[in-house]
Design a protein around this ligand. Structure first.
Ligand code: NHR
Length: 181
């Protein structure tokens, strides 16, 4: 969850105002807290199949934080159209494949099984259709001989950490032209 502010420390135009997770064990919660970024947890499990009820709880800390932009990172719950449309044009996701290849899950295993020589990650706008929104940036890595899903995931993750802030910097300035790293 990101809000744009006038006063800045460091040169990134976006400031984190909240890290919220559906997983109480997510390591990003401790990392955020250590950096002084407010955190919240809304566990999806008590809500069972009731996605709307889960999202109603999720919405509370988000609205209280008044973010300008929402950034999904490793967020693994499909969001309903109602939730997505509320933040239309203001929600990003980073997905570990070169979309439109391999939307959904198990992307690295699928790239290896297909014999791809390149893999990577994509930052895209979140729309109601899964992993389908406009592409804002992509980064490529080679698939090396002997790669497993885990070794490829580690190589891609390094690029995710480069790509996401680079895309967010442009997006915060209103520039939605896709970039390639
Ligand atoms: N919601 C919408 N509406 N649109 C998108 O583009 C979304 C989204 C929610 C999450 C992230 C996406 C990814 O990059 C994302 C994009 C979870 C699933 C999934 O099937 C699919 C894609 C993504 C995240 N989730 C299962 C579910 O029932 C649970 C799977 C699990 O817990 O392992 O929600 O990967």
């Amino acid at each position: 969850m990101i809000r744009l502010v006038e006063s800045m420390v460091g040169d990134h135009p976006a400031r984190p105002v909240l890290v919220v997770s559906n997983d109480p064990a997510a390591s990003g919660l401790e990392k955020a807290a250590a950096l002084g970024v407010p955190t919240a947890v809304v566990d999806h499990r008590p809500f069972g199949k009731d996605r709307a009820a889960f999202e109603a709880e999720l919405l509370k800390p988000i609205l209280a934080a008044e973010p300008d932009i929402l950034c999904l990172a490793g967020f693994m719950r499909v969001l309903t159209p109602d939730f997505v449309n509320r933040f239309a044009g203001r929600m990003l996701n980073i997905h570990p494949s070169l979309l439109p290849k391999y939307p959904g899950l198990n992307t690295h295993a699928r790239a290896i099984a297909a014999g791809d020589t390149q893999a990577g990650c994509t930052v895209h706008e979140v729309t109601p259709v899964l992993d389908d929104g406009p592409i804002l940036g992509q980064a490529r890595v080679p698939v090396e001989p002997g790669d497993t899903a885990d070794t490829l995931a580690a190589r891609v993750l390094k690029m995710e950490h480069q790509l996401y802030p680079a895309v967010l910097r442009r997006f915060a300035a209103g520039d939605r032209r896709p970039i390639t790293l």
